[in-house]
Design a protein around this ligand. Structure first.
Ligand code: AMP
Length: 135
């Protein structure tokens, strides 16, 4: 059965897309630890990130950097945290989380930021514009 993230890539489940190319896809985490919390995934469905073939693994992290640069242009933050957790969804993914430097911000038990659909969409659109070099 296709993972929930493969269904997102195929458009069967909606997502707030921030960037995409032939091999990779980035979208807002629906339970964000911070505004702009983004997931970056390979379109190829592989559960464990360290099982990715060399090209996909290297390509994923090049894409992560490009997406990260776009997030930093839009979301004021001290740094962008990069986390690979992957215990819930069996499809390799990298979390990019804007950090304010106040400590304990990458604790997945923390309360999530509540955003309206409009706010999610606006953040995604702005990051996408930055990714497309339009801002
Ligand atoms: P983990 O596998 O532990 O890295 O966590 C999976 C992450 O995927 C969690 O942060 C979820 O909030 C996120 N997530 C699960 N389903 C969706 C979805 N449909 N759209 C966006 N993010 C999702």
């Amino acid at each position: 059965m296709a993972s929930i993230f493969s269904k997102i890539i195929q458009g069967d489940i909606p997502s707030y897309r921030v960037a995409e190319n032939e091999s990779f896809y980035a979208f807002l985490d629906i339970n964000p630890l911070a505004k702009g919390h983004t997931l970056v995934i390979p379109k190829k469905e592989v559960d464990y990130i360290f099982d990715l073939d060399e090209d996909t693994y290297n390509g994923l992290f090049q894409f992560v950097k490009q997406v990260g640069n776009a997030i930093e242009k839009i979301i004021p933050c001290k740094r962008l945290g990069m986390v690979v957790y992957g215990l819930d969804v069996p499809h390799a993914h990298v979390h990019l989380i804007p950090l304010q430097g106040v400590g304990n911000e990458v604790n997945f038990s923390n309360p999530k930021v509540e955003l309206s659909q409009e706010e999610f969409q606006q953040i995604a659109d702005r990051i996408k514009s930055a990714f497309d070099n339009k801002v």
